[in-house]
Design a protein around this ligand. Structure first.
Ligand code: GUN
Length: 293
């Protein structure tokens, strides 16, 4: 029988820990941690994510600022808004919700954020520091995955870990963390992607599979070894008339057939998803405490 990794429960637990710490900070006369979020345009997914981020700040006692701009904002105007937040001493950390409209360069925007306030961990300085094991802001999804492995005491040292997907925000950083000399980490990591040959054979060797390719139900039972741990990062919106929203979230793992072979598995929704916002809160807390820079 497999153990379901309950991301929602762990996320609630970590939020309670953060809220407790904020209380202590305030009791010591320190200021409330402050996260600012920039959102451009009206992407449905982005508006939902940002609403959750703002609400989560409230839950743990952070101040939050939501700065919303129409998608007619120019790149120069957006960069000027970033400069204002860089210079605002009350803002401990901020993020620019992605994706951005096509006329704005995401990379330029990411690099305009002061890396000391980059609680998304997307700035090349944070990515580079993570790769060489220095203190930094680790991006939300990889950090959430590490927290789940840790809280479930899942062994990673010397294990074979296969990451499917090589995106900058999940595949690359999570592979880097899993090979780090640390716990969780110390794994032998293989990164698979759209050009990988013999993907099934590689997956069958894995003790831990992290599926982050964004293809609904890609990972099937015949690709998974008995007793493996499977982390599903997929969150594809699939039309579903029975839902109020009109869609349901679909993971990259064919859960019903894969789960019975697993030691541990994350569900979608309720696995990795709820952990991502918690990781952002943790980074904001670190920023407020000046613990990294
Ligand atoms: N869009 C999807 N995920 C993220 C994230 O973690 N941060 C930001 N800024 N935008 C996103």
């Amino acid at each position: 029988m497999y153990t379901l990794i309950d991301g929602k429960a762990i996320a609630d637990q970590v939020k309670a820990e953060i809220a407790e710490e904020v209380k202590h900070m305030l009791a010591e006369g320190k200021k409330r941690p402050h996260l600012a979020v920039i959102i451009v345009g009206h992407d449905g997914g982005s508006e939902t994510y940002v609403a959750h981020k703002v609400k989560s700040c409230e839950q743990v006692g952070f101040t939050s600022t939501r700065l919303a701009f129409e998608d007619t904002i120019t790149e120069a105007e957006l960069l000027a808004e970033i400069d204002k937040l860089n210079a605002d001493p009350d803002v401990d950390g901020f993020i620019v919700q992605l994706p951005l409209p096509r006329h704005i360069s995401e990379q330029k925007v990411i690099e305009a954020i002061d890396y000391r306030k980059d609680v998304d961990g997307f700035h090349p300085i944070n990515v580079g520091r993570m790769a060489i094991g220095l203190p930094c802001y680790v991006s939300a999804t990889p950090s959430g995955i590490m927290e789940l492995l840790k809280r479930y005491h899942i062994e990673t040292s010397g294990k074979r870990c296969v990451v499917i997907g090589r995106s900058n925000i999940v595949g690359k950083p999570v592979a880097s963390l899993m090979m780090q000399k640390a716990y969780p980490g110390d794994a032998t990591v293989t990164v698979c992607h759209s050009r990988t040959k013999d993907l099934k054979d590689i997956c069958l060797q894995a003790d831990i599979i992290i599926a982050a390719l964004g293809k609904p139900e890609f990972l099937t039972a015949d690709m998974v070894k008995e007793g493996a741990t499977v982390i599903d990062v997929g969150t594809t919106r699939v039309p579903d008339a029975s839902k109020k929203s009109g869609f349901r979230l679909c993971g990259d793992v064919k859960f019903a057939e894969v789960a019975p072979k697993c030691a541990y598995i994350t569900p979608v929704p309720g696995g990795v998803g709820p952990m991502t916002i918690v990781s952002l809160l943790k980074n904001t807390l670190l920023a407020a405490k000046g613990e990294i820079y």
